[in-house]
Design a protein around this ligand. Structure first.
Ligand code: HEC
Length: 154
């Protein structure tokens, strides 16, 4: 009799342990996208640059600093018209991409090439990985201003 009783108690515990009790709560609802996934989905790329404030008219000092950086570090691979050399020409890049995307591409190119769809498409097209040029966020912002000027903004 005692044995049966113990067996019954064990059975009850076993059922309680693997039965209903600990169903995952609400896990059927899809997890909210992480901030990174959200940035990627919004076409802002991935990296430190989360939002960029653009001013009109252009900031002349930035444009000229950006041009100097372009001449020194970018012009070997990027032309200012729409012709591809090693990388795509920069004409209209500021019309086709969000400013955050452009700055993340400049400052975080390795991760962009790994995680961002648009960057990956460019890699498939160009077949060369853009090297990390150790451009600071501030310098990337200057280059962005130069690109806006190249796209005809005033
Ligand atoms: C050695 C060649 C090379 C140099 C130097 C280079 N890039 Fe690139 N860049 C590329 C390639 C190639 C791509 C296309 C993506 C890929 O294949 O990695 C690219 C893509 C880009 C894009 C995206 C263009 C688009 O159409 O969306 C931007 C923006 C960019 N580069 C900015 C820069 C800046 C700014 C510099 C200088 C600080 C620079 N690159 C220097 C090769 C280069």
């Amino acid at each position: 009799m005692k044995i049966w009783y113990s067996a019954l108690v064990l059975l009850v515990f076993a059922l309680a342990a693997c039965g209903g009790g600990d169903k995952p709560k609400q896990s059927a609802a899809p997890a909210a996208p992480s901030p990174e996934e959200q940035m990627l989905a919004e076409g802002k790329g991935i990296g430190e640059v989360k939002s960029v404030e653009l001013k009109t008219p252009l900031e002349a000092e930035r444009v000229s600093r950006g041009k100097a950086i372009y001449d020194m570090k970018c012009s070997a691979c990027h032309k200012l018209d729409d012709k591809r050399v090693v990388g795509p020409g920069w004409k209209n890049v500021t019309k086709n991409r969000k400013p955050e995307w452009i700055m993340n591409m400049i400052t975080n190119v390795d991760v962009m090439l790994e995680r961002d769809n648009e960057a990956q498409k460019l890699l498939e097209l160009c077949l060369t990985r853009m090297p990390n040029q150790n451009v600071s966020i501030g310098d990337a912002r200057d280059v962005l201003e130069f690109m806006r000027s190249n796209d005809g903004e005033k």
